[in-house]
Design a protein around this ligand. Structure first.
Ligand code: HEC
Length: 161
């Protein structure tokens, strides 16, 4: 994360520390989970349309993913791989997860645009994937869940411009 964003985030949490989301810490995180204020500050740095996303709706949409995916740093793989750090990671690149050949050989790194196509219809985007998920037809729901993933999975603007 670049310095100016860090400073912005730090300032943000000082002025609005009473808005901390109070969520219980996940098991043994290696760094503290971002506060609600830090998430809002990060959201504002995202390129359009993601800066307009509704994170609460993103959380609700992610309920469709939770049976198969964890988000927290060091979280377990389930039916699908843990998604912490997914932005900027090569598709199929988590070393301790057994991907299908379709995902392993996809040949790109995950960004918002690839995720948008993937989540619209995983089976047509990467034929042969073992992610059995019908897809999210609504573009706003995809926008919101992608922004939600950005703020929850350790994405930093400096690392992935
Ligand atoms: C029924 C279980 C299931 C559901 C529901 C599901 N996934 Fe997946 N997901 C998988 C599996 C299995 C894979 C691995 C696919 C492969 O190897 O072909 C995967 C792979 C992925 C990947 C690629 C990860 C990587 O490391 O390359 C992303 C991103 C992803 N899922 C996001 C989501 C999101 C976001 C949702 C909800 C909108 C979702 N998934 C819903 C099972 C699921």
């Amino acid at each position: 994360m670049n310095r100016s964003v860090l400073i912005a985030l730090a300032g943000f949490s000082v002025v609005s520390c009473s808005q901390g989301d109070g969520a219980p810490a996940p098991s043994a995180p290696t760094r503290p989970a971002p506060t609600a204020a830090e998430k809002a500050a990060l959201l504002a740095t995202l390129p359009a349309p993601y800066d307009q996303a509704d994170l609460d709706n993103g959380r609700r949409v992610f309920a469709r993913c939770r049976s198969c995916h964890t988000l927290t740093e060091g979280g377990p793989n389930m039916t699908g791989p843990n998604l912490y750090g997914v932005f900027g990671r090569t598709a199929g690149g988590k070393p301790d997860y057994n991907y299908s050949a379709a995902v392993r050989q996809a040949g790109f790194a995950w960004d918002a645009e690839h995720l948008d196509h993937w989540l619209e219809n995983p089976r047509t985007f990467l034929k042969g994937t073992k992610m059995s998920f019908a897809g999210i037809p609504d573009a706003e729901d995809r926008r919101d869940v992608i922004a939600f993933l950005k703020v929850e999975t350790g994405y930093t603007p400096a690392a992935q411009p």
